[in-house]
Design a protein around this ligand. Structure first.
Ligand code: 5GP
Length: 138
């Protein structure tokens, strides 16, 4: 497996080099909105310390990230009046991973509503409004 590379897009977000719509952070983790949301409220949770994915993460990194995933899953379900929440996580290119800094997708889901196709940029004002709804529910 390749080594962690600090020029990945989420490392740049962590360093404040590129903007992101932040929803929640603590000492160990950050949650921010996905710019190509597959459902309203689609967000990502990452550790602030480097690791590529589940395959090289330490138990401590996983523990802190999954605690934040749960917090955001509960808040986003409430914020959107969702019926459920999908958590997705991909490892290495063959596993569907595109950005090589560990992240979990949190997707509020409504009964009978399919996820949107991947790769479609959303309106930034809509993303900001969705972030505010989740923050209010936290
Ligand atoms: P994965 O690596 O799990 O396949 O997907 C990476 C996710 O990061 C995708 O859902 C994609 O929409 C999202 N993404 C890619 N570039 C950016 C970015 O610059 N900002 C944000 N907020 N999300 C991004």
């Amino acid at each position: 497996m390749s080594a962690y590379e600090s020029d990945n897009i989420f490392a740049k977000i962590l360093r404040g080099e590129i903007p992101a719509t932040r929803v929640y952070e603590d000492e160990e983790t950050l949650a921010f909105m996905d710019i190509m949301p597959r459902a309203d409220g689609h967000l990502l949770v990452i550790p602030k310390t480097p690791c590529r994915n589940m395959l090289d993460a330490t138990p401590a990194q996983l523990e802190t990230v999954i605690r934040t995933v749960q917090k955001l899953a509960v808040a986003s379900k409430a914020a959107f009046g969702a019926d459920g929440v999908t958590i997705q996580q991909f490892n290495e290119a063959a596993g569907g991973q595109e950005v090589f800094h560990l992240h979990f997708h949190v997707l509020p889901r409504h009964e009978g509503q399919a996820l949107r196709a991947p790769g479609q940029m959303a309106d930034m004002e809509a993303i900001a409004a969705h972030a505010e709804k989740i923050k209010a529910a936290l």
